[in-house]
Ligand binder design. Sequence first.
Ligand code: 3PY
Ligand code: ZN
Length: 637
Amino acid sequence: AFLRNILEHSTFRNGEVTVNFIKNEPSLFEFKEPKNRANKLINFLGEVVVNGNPDVKKVDPKRKFSIPRVPKYPKLEAHPKGTKDLLTELGPEKFAEWLKKEKKIHFTDTTMRDAHQSLLATRMRTIDMMKVAEGYAKNFPDIFSMEVWGGATFDVCLRFLQENPWERLALLRKAMPNVLLQMLIRGSNGVGYTAYPDNLIEKFVEKSWETGVDVFRIFDSLNWMKSIEPCIQHVRNRTEGLAEASICYTGDILNPNKTKYDLKYYIQLAKDVENAGAHILGVKDMAGLLKPQAAYELISALKSEINIPIHLHTHDTSSIQSATYLKAIEAGVDVVDVALGGLSGLTSQPNFNSMVEMLRFNERENPLDMHKLAEYSNYWEAVRGYYYPFESGLKSGTGEVYEHEIPGGQYSNLKGQAIALGLEDKFTEVTKMYGEVNQLFGDIIKVTPSSKVVGDMAQYMISNNLTIQDVKERGDTISFPQSVISFFKGDLGQPVGGFPEDIQKIILKNEKPYTERPNAHLEPIDFDKEFEKFKEEFTKGMGRELEITDFLSYKLYPKVFTDAYNNHLKYGNVMNIPTKNFFFGLEIGEEIMVDIEPGKRVLISLVHKTEPDENGNVTVFFKINGQMRVVSIKDNS
Ligand code: 3PY
Ligand code: ZN
């Protein structure tokens, strides 16, 4: 076993052994159960080889992939000082003052969160991020922040990728210790789709900070201050990070016929956010509805009315949002959100590489190296190839977004859901119905989770051939989706201007709505007691001690966590399987390296698979480090 530890150690395999190798590597003397771990991996790979990855609905067997090239630069020993170091030095208040005084435009890179959430249904895996994270942070220490966590990534990590989201965050923190890491948090809804007890959100914020988050972009899906404010306080009381409270933009402040969300409304909301203690104001244009001239007027007005720096977020669904950024920058916005070229545009953020060039020689230029940026963009473009089953299919910008107002982060998910419901051919009808349902519900702010309510209703209506008129005339005979009922009850809080009462009555039938904070109905969590119980219930563990962060995952998503846990018992840690093989399995003769733990790498190859026997079982032959292993997998076809 000792010899095997040496042979399998990455230092040995890479030929980097020095005289002190054995002395300095205590792991060589640990004789755990690597065999067992590797066997679990081939259970997983065998399943994918025989039945496909259950998350991949359609495989194109002819698909060719480009190999992603990790940019190689002279290896910098240490991370140059960056924005994280500045935050540590100045503290959040002074840091915000510094940011406001900066002349050059600053950038948040969303590639590792919103970009793939919006283009690839959030499926980007940690392994693909980790290959470039350290080099990127060393080469771009001046970046304002890297958005890497929160939003839908938490749920998707556990539900579809069989990864631990906390582990992702910790790994990225380690690779990028010098730049600010940013997350998106949905106020009282945390990273979920419903309200949680206040003390759960508080603990979640505290542990997110301890694990690596510096900038908390907080929003509420109805712009309800009663959901935003407590979250600002959690960040201020429990962390030394930045509370970036955001106002969600919808409608069109320039349109005289759209008066519900006008300039006055946004200014008042921004003042409320500032008064609630935010360090930065986020303007979150989740659907990409903020047009260039409107951006100029909105940002100019906010700049003169509030004192904290302003951070603008948009999605390029219409394809004109770089113009919006230019006008916002002219009006004095402090930071804008962009994604590296290969994962930018359309429902994602505007193109980072091109934005930098657009502002070259402008008085607010941020002089980043275009060649280096291009190499990272190329890396992501190649990586993106592996994720083709999750592409939304949108090929060009669409002006229809001004009509349906679907958030970029929802678009590719909605498409996936439509396919699952057999509505792929009716996706245009779904998007049109989405806009109509929004009007029926009183023209609400639409962003997770309120956007999911509108999406659920639109899909339900198209599946059941229902019209808006049907709902109004015979709604008492229709059983609406649970998320819609829950929304009208008040479980997501109160929309601007209240619910349309007639529709609320039709949807709720005999149920009574309420107007207090949903959290007022939720029992606080007794952490000491419940954490102990949790540890007893999940006794087999993960091959490690269960932590409070596991408990938080469980409390946020009990069923998803339980399923992920059971998968882990069966398949072990699958996060280091290369993405191509994770989604599409191996070809006969293909060899892959997988790290089963830090410093311990196994070589796996697929040798042969049989036809199904009379019981439908396929025997799959693998080699692990040259030794034949066989798994029997039930063919589900
Ligand atoms: C999310 O909440 O996941 C979003 O990205 C909202 O825009
Ligand atoms: Zn977004």
